[in-house]
Design a protein around this ligand. Structure first.
Ligand SMILES: [Zn+2]
Length: 65
């Protein structure tokens, strides 16, 4: 039987694809490391968030009769 092999994007260790719940990572550790990487990036972006003033749309007066 042929086994599909893949390289872990974090540690570049070769791991097997089958029966690997952490793919494309080799282990849970590498998966968390990758998540942490993204979380750091998101945190940086969130820090630049600015407050947008809430503008109320101007409506024309209806003719009341
Ligand atoms: Zn790994």
């Amino acid at each position: 039987m042929k086994e599909q092999k893949l390289k872990c994007p974090i540690c570049k260790k070769a791991s097997t694809w089958s029966e690997n719940p952490f793919r494309p990572f080799c282990s849970d550790r590498c998966r968390i490391l990758d998540l942490g990487k993204w979380a750091t990036e998101e945190y940086r972006i969130a820090g630049e968030k600015k407050d947008i003033p809430d503008e109320t749309p101007v409506r024309e007066n209806d003719n009341e009769g």
